[in-house]
Design a protein around this ligand. Structure first.
Ligand SMILES: Nc1nc2c(c(=O)[nH]1)N[C@H]1C(S)=C(S)[C@@H](COP(=O)(O)O)O[C@H]1N2
Ligand SMILES: [Mo]
Length: 505
């Protein structure tokens, strides 16, 4: 063996320390991007996450939703972070190896920094903010290229430790900075409604809300309470000024409206309840708000739909899309206000659709296009196996159990049946043998609004409480149990209630 050739060979190949420094560069590069962009769509991980979401096969998404549930979205975020770290680490590794081969560390560090900047700019479209990622990549590439050919083992170990500590500190500081930079969603604010008509409706909802001991929403969910379902981790951040909606496809004429034109149309305030097809039988993805907006119908009439399927595809800024019959769309509402505030970012700012009585997924947020079709096509969730564009299932939730001062137990919740409306909620305290009517909140105006129910009974040890709603057509909520996938949970909510449990809740 040629002993002289050995060191060169070793130095040419990738060593563990090279990989270590490349990873430190990748991690700090991602942290640097976060520090300047915050948790927004300009953060290097965001577009990667959008791509991951778009490319993940439907069967995997369906599997994760069923088996991992709520936490499932952490999987695609973790994967997106790993990809971002890997990409930036790759640019550092190029620099480290180039320095070794060329013997010109300064130029090689520049190459790595330029690559990191270029890649980040390509991903985010933000050349200035991309410097946040390329800076730390340059630093850790420089550290990685410098010592290792010459240093003793101990020194190199110490250097690696110091670099690791430095990287950790940088990540810590970046997390702090990124939090500051992240633009707050106005949904955090519980300000008073400024619109008088809305205030009146909110007062009506408050006065009709039942006096329930347990801590559950009233007849209007607050911004904090209102659930959220998004396909993307990073919500679109759109301005009202730049927004427009186009009605296109199989139409007589394309129609485009700007935000100003839309809000000049006849304005209405409506209670509309939303429910996600993916929620569990007694889940909490069911909420109600007062929405400010205008009916869709005049825009559709102006466009004059001609397609053969009588169906439309709605598309949004986050690449969400959903297809359903024009018949349902015609009853729809374009909302730009929620509980008297501008529509919050997380609920579709500046404009979303509300389709009365249909599952949540038809209520497209960040709407930008309505395309009339000739043929039916699957939407985002339908491609992933769901059947969630039709009317909602009837449900009575059992959201609270409390022990009252008089020794009785109070059970309460909300009931919803879409446009069929809720007529009666029945409660059984003997596992379904006998039924009694619950107290119901007075109906709110509107064709698609939930009601609250409440029932009080004298406890007799451990009892199985069952609830079911009867809708406006006289149909009893389906008894047979099924999972939410693919077309919404069915069955009656039942809970074993005993005095001990109730007093602690
Ligand atoms: N653009 C867009 N619209 C969307 C979604 C989405 O991910 N992107 N999610 C849908 C689903 S599945 C539901 S249940 C409702 C939830 O609305 P919310 O987040 O305002 O509660 O929005 C629907 N509209
Ligand atoms: Mo949903």
């Amino acid at each position: 063996m040629n002993v002289e050739a050995m060191p060169t060979k070793i130095r040419d190949s990738v060593s563990y320390t090279d990989v270590l420094f490349a990873i430190l560069a990748g991690v700090t590069g991602v942290a640097g991007s976060y520090a300047v962009a915050g948790y927004t769509r300009r953060f290097v991980v965001a577009p990667i996450d959008a791509l991951v979401v778009r490319l993940t096969p439907g069967s995997i998404v369906a599997f994760v939703i069923q088996n991992v549930g709520e936490q499932g979205h952490l999987l695609h975020i973790a994967l997106s972070f790993a990809i971002a770290v890997g990409v930036l680490a790759g640019t550092a590794l190029v620099g480290i190896l180039a320095a070794r081969r060329s013997g010109r560390p300064a130029a090689s560090v520049l190459v790595a920094a330029a690559l990191a900047w270029g890649v980040t700019t390509a991903i985010t479209g933000e050349p200035t903010l991309a410097l946040g990622a390329s800076g730390p990549v340059a630093v850790f590439t420089a550290v990685g290229t410098a010592p290792f050919s010459s240093l003793e083992h101990d020194q190199s170990r110490r250097s690696a430790l110091v670099s690791g500590a430095g990287a950790l500190t940088f990540v810590g500081i970046s997390i702090g900075l990124g939090r500051l930079v992240t633009t707050g969603d106005p949904a955090g604010d519980e300000r008073e409604a400024t619109d008088e008509e809305v205030s009146t409706l909110m007062q009506e909802a408050e006065s009709k809300s039942l006096d329930i001991e347990g801590d559950i929403p009233g007849l209007v969910s607050t911004f904090d309470e209102f659930y959220n379902v998004d396909i993307a981790e990073f919500d679109p951040d759109l301005s009202a000024e730049g927004w427009s909606l186009t009605v296109t496809g199989e139409v007589g004429t394309d129609v485009t409206v700007t935000f100003d034109e839309l809000t000049d149309m006849p304005t209405e305030r409506r209670f509309v309840t939303l429910r996600c097809v993916g929620e569990g039988l007694n889940g909490h993805k069911l909420d109600n708000a007062v929405w400010t907006g205008t009916p869709i119908k005049p825009l559709l009439e102006e466009a004059d739909p001609e397609g053969k399927c009588g169906c439309a595809m709605l598309r949004a800024e986050d690449d969400y899309f959903v297809q359903f019959p024009i018949e349902a769309l015609e009853d729809g509402f374009l909302a730009w206000g929620m509980n008297g505030q501008a529509l919050p970012q997380s609920h579709g700012h500046p404009v979303r659709v509300l389709i009365p009585g249909h599952w949540g997924e038809t209520n497209v947020k960040w709407l930008d296009e309505i395309e009339l079709l000739d043929e039916e096509m699957d939407g985002y969730w339908e491609q992933r196996g769901w059947h969630g564009t039709g009317p909602v299932n009837t449900v009575a939730k059992l959201w609270s159990e409390s022990m009252l001062g008089n020794g009785n137990i109070e059970v309460a919740g909300h009931a919803y049946a879409g446009t069929r409306g809720v007529d009666v909620v029945e409660v059984s305290v003997d596992g379904g043998d006998t039924w009694q009517d619950a107290e119901l909140s007075e109906p709110l105006p509107g064709e698609d609004v939930w009601r609250q129910w409440r029932f009080e009974f004298e406890p007799q040890g451990s009892q199985e409480v069952v609830v079911r709603a009867i809708d406006g057509t006289g149909t009893v909520q389906a008894k047979e149990r099924s999972e939410s996938f693919p077309s919404g949970a069915t069955g009656w909510v039942s809970k074993t209630v005993n005095m001990m449990d109730a007093s602690s809740s």
